[in-house]
Design a binder for this molecule. Structure first.
Ligand code: ZN
Length: 156
């Protein structure tokens, strides 16, 4: 099956909130009787254990979007707890025309703070570039994408 313009065979899909797949990711479509077709990242815990044996989970490929589309992605950024760091990270996104859908922060300890961002992004290549940019920022310790896989499932 091919996913393009947020549709598979003419049917609009829903992107799973647990893993937030974006264009270019390996993806698995789950045919859900209540919600229709839900697209997950193939490494997501919600699909990875079932996709080999259950016919309701289908490996899907990305087609070319005809219209300029964006996708929501979840990033977790750990930064030193400095005044203005959140504003600096936000400005790194907005300077590149990346829309921020949601952000929340929590202090991990006296030194570090965790910022969870939901951003609009075109595809995995754009995401890779912006993550590199964020990682290169002063006071940023790490910038990871959250896709609900085995490594990150307990970090929400
Ligand atoms: Zn998922």
């Amino acid at each position: 099956m091919v996913l393009a313009d947020h549709q598979i065979e003419g049917v609009s899909v829903i992107y799973a909130k647990c893993c937030m797949p974006i264009h270019g990711d390996p993806i698995t479509a789950h045919s859900d009787t209540e919600r229709g077709i839900v697209v997950h990242h193939s490494r997501c815990q919600q699909v990875a254990p079932f996709k080999q044996s259950d016919s309701r989970y289908l490996e899907t490929n990305w087609g070319g979007d005809k219209v300029n589309k964006t996708y929501a992605a979840h990033l977790k950024i750990i930064a030193e707890n400095k005044i203005g760091i959140l504003a600096d990270v936000i400005s790194t996104f907005t300077k590149r025309g990346i829309n921020i859908i949601a952000v929340n922060t929590k202090d991990l300890d006296v030194k570090f703070t965790e910022c969870n961002f939901e951003i609009d992004i075109d595809n995995v290549e754009e995401l890779r570039k912006i993550m590199q940019k964020v990682r290169s920022m002063k006071f940023v310790e790490s910038c990871k994408r959250i896709i609900n896989d085995a490594k990150t499932v307990n970090e929400n």
